[in-house]
Ligand binder design. Sequence first.
Ligand SMILES: [Zn+2]
Length: 393
Amino acid sequence: MRSLLIFLGVFLLGACDRHATTNEQATQVDLADSLRGQRLLFLGAHPDDEWVLMPIFAEACLINGATCHFTITTSAELGCMETMGMIDFDACAAIRKQELATSAAIANGSTEFLGWQDLFYAHDGEGLRRNLVRWEEMNGGREALVEQVVDLLQRNKPEVVFGIDPRHGSTCNPNHRATSLLLVEAVNRLPVEDRPRVLFENTYTVFERMTPDMAEAVDHGAMFPWPDRNDPDIFFDATRILPNGKRAIDYQLDALRAHPSQFPGFPDDASINADPEQLLIPLVDLADIDPTEELCTPLGLSEYKTLDKTLTFVGRKYAEIAEKTNEPHAFRLTHDGEVVGEYGSLTSWPHSLQSDFPEKGVSLIVAAATAAEAEAVQSKYLQYVMRFIEAPA
Ligand SMILES: [Zn+2]
């Protein structure tokens, strides 16, 4: 792990471009100053992807006359099952849409969703490839997909676009990486003079691969740039006190609170108290990196129960949720002959329905008191099951 300390001499004074700080370029470029009065666009995959960067948006758009527009590529409909026990995709998407509006309002921002499918594929290069293939299938091909982002850029004409580093997506989530790769393709289609500056959040948030010390620091709000790299990082010093008297980093807490579906039980009195040298938000400029570099595959994150590989996580969650709410139905979900989720007794209910997907070795049987109830349960459970069935090879 590269130590942040080596940068402190340069960075304690404020946000600046490290690669612009040679002796010849004695004037440090202040990131906050460079955003003054600019049109800023954030492009993320999920409505809570913006929280790390919120100090930058707050300073720019509340204080320094910039405008902030937050665009999210997916409807984020997978995101309520684990945290809220909510299976219904439409209900989840509606909640998360509202949460983004609350978060964007912190920086007086506007919001927009592109409505692509939320996917949860392997956190490596193969998962990223499948994610892109699925989005292409659903949006009329790669050209049409990129065109949606080109259109977004042409409508908003941002001078600076923020996203999450496509080489790793911060957490290795392929939705993040695919979104930023499509952004890069879209930017490259614009005439050179119309291309915005693109800055990517470069935080390392793979808890399974962190040292215990790092993970504990992150609990206190610390941010670490992607390790073992010589990236020309740009750091935004979020310990700065803004003219409104607020510490910039505390806007991260406001943003986290705006997403209760993702951070249920977030304490009212939460505070960020990591070492100040760990409160520098790491970014990289697209101009300084190869966005197609693959930094997740080497981490070997195959232990994740992702939806392109297995229904185990889904089956277990379905059973847990039904048990908790004592639902009046039964179900059994099997994959390759193995029961991956089961609740109640199928024979105790008069009406049952079966869906078979032999090409993927999946079978779902539901049973309930009436035919209508069985249908409703089936369609609810099939939402996740279809994400598995439809995952590209
Ligand atoms: Zn995300």
